[in-house]
Design a protein around this ligand. Sequence first.
Ligand code: NAD
Length: 370
Amino acid sequence: MVAEAAQSGRRESRTARPRYNRAMAHRVTLIPGDGIGPELAEATRRVLDASGVDFDWEVVEAGEAVMAEYGTPLPEHVLESVKRNRIALKGPITTPVGGGFRSVNVTLRQVLGLYANLRPARSMPGLDSRYQDVDLVIVRENTEDLYAGIEHMVGRDAAESIKIITREASERIARFAFDYAVANGRHKVTAVHKANIMKLSDGLFLESCRTVAAEYDGRVKFEDRIVDNMCMQLVQKPELYDVLVLPNLYGDIVSDLAAGLVGGLGVAPGANIGTEAAVFEPVHGSAPKYAGLDKANPTALILSGALMLRHLGYPVEAERVERAVRAVIAEGSATTYDLGGSAGTSEFADAIISRLAAESQIPAATSISA
Ligand code: NAD
């Protein structure tokens, strides 16, 4: 879907979608991250290796653990690896609160120009959640807004953060959302803002979305919602919404809310897409208290891997991985603590791999249409 979204615009493809030779292994940068990241990355790598697609993983480390050696949590060779391979799978990385280094996650998105953050939130049978029929796609602008990182103290007792919204970035993300909707048979895009209060910045975001919406008139419906009302609406009637497009900060908050509607952070995947590269990572963070315990849920990173498979042009294999994950969750005997089970990360991954192996006995066309 990610890849299809990239293809569907009337202009030249603006998103990173290298032409891959299916006969060769795909070289992918793997950033395991820290906290629960390494164990989730290992589980995900095993599942993706069992998907039928050949990968050549280039493992590089980023985060606090490399600070002493390189003087930065994001060494140049990590960036070079992603730029060279144009595709990365990434575990979560801890960001110190208050002082310390700048978020590696935010820096990666900004330096690589990964302007679109795609976060699907879809109900799964077997998951304990309030709704069974949620199917939302959150498209979050990834490069500006309050994440531009422009902050300063005003005297000793006041601080200012500057919110940057540009027409260029707003139209680009709106176009990504509409292209995604067209390519994936989605019917509506809702722009989310607070333009009643931030008349200039959010006003410009809304105006840009309206401009782009006019190009898709008759193909995709468009509406807008004020962010506070949107949160209430999502909690009360999420089934009314389809694709949401938001500036960076609201996108971050609303995508966690959407994850909560479908079973929590452990099952929410994400993709960061740009013109030169794409980085696939879960919505959740490094959950340090579970690090090294073989306890955390690998679903979000595995489903991020499925988004990556689609991006690489393997929709059948992506569907297989997603179906295997859904089947193991629905069956319920090999799930992690957050889903009510008692299995560990690796046991959960083993169950998914067994399911994939069983499915590979069935011809692809049969298994996909079943
Ligand atoms: P978090 O997502 O790491 O964890 C919040 C809680 O959600 C955990 O305590 C746990 O109960 C649950 N949870 C999260 N992922 C889970 C999983 N896979 N399986 C089971 N339960 C899971 O959020 P936080 O505690 O606010 O952040 C921890 C660190 O991660 C911070 O340093 C933060 O900056 C960072 N972070 C990184 C990313 C990223 O790498 N993209 C994203 C968000 C947060």
